[in-house]
Design a binder for this molecule. Structure first.
Ligand SMILES: Nc1ncnc2c1ncn2[C@@H]1O[C@H](COP(=O)(O)OP(=O)(O)OP(=O)(O)O)[C@@H](O)[C@H]1O
Ligand SMILES: [Mg+2]
Length: 159
């Protein structure tokens, strides 16, 4: 379980973007966060992913205060960033395989899981295409496929 308690987050010396925000992500549940452009959605997700340290309040995962991104990765908090985070000069398949192998999955399983997940996201026809040659929506689905393939404890996705 990921818990945000009375968090304030900001950049540099500027006033806080988020003040006194609390939210709990329950296992097996989908939580959607909406708000106008610039409202602070990505900022909150980055705090939940360990990329931004709150000025006040705490982000805890399974009862432990989140220290940084490495700590979040240890707790299997997967982030699909707004700019998708894919390597543009690798294929969709390669982007998933590299991530899976880096997370400790053996190559044959990584190949099989990659094909299955791209299939689930309707990308079988684009599997061997370079990411930079995919449409914007296909790139977003590839990023989502990669996030889902990593089978994190928490998947944070922003668009
Ligand atoms: N790296 C940064 N440095 C300084 N200010 C930032 C930075 N990132 C975001 N901000 C500011 O924080 C505020 C919230 O930005 P954020 O990216 O969280 O919004 P958002 O809700 O995700 O918007 P969108 O729907 O457009 O993606 C904005 O005013 C933005 O200018
Ligand atoms: Mg955003």
């Amino acid at each position: 379980m990921l818990t945000v308690q009375r968090v304030s987050v900001g950049y540099g010396d500027a006033p806080a973007v988020l003040r006194d925000v609390s939210v709990t992500v329950h296992p097996g549940r989908v939580l959607a966060l909406t708000g106008s452009s610039g409202a602070g959605k990505t900022t909150l997700l980055h705090a939940m992913a360990g990329l931004l340290r709150p000025r006040n309040g705490t982000v805890t995962v399974d009862g432990q205060e989140l220290r940084d991104r490495d700590h979040a990765v240890e707790h299997r908090i997967v982030l699909v960033p707004q700019d998708n985070g894919l390597a543009p000069i690798l294929t969709a398949t390669e982007n998933l395989q590299v991530a899976l192998v880096a997370s400790g999955v053996a190559a044959p399983e990584a190949r099989q899981q990659t094909a299955a997940m791209l299939g689930r996201l309707g990308l079988s026809g684009q599997a061997d295409q370079l990411v930079e040659e995919l449409s914007g929506g296909q790139q977003q689905r590839t990023a989502l496929a990669r996030g889902l393939a990593l089978r994190g404890g928490v998947l944070l996705a922003t668009r």
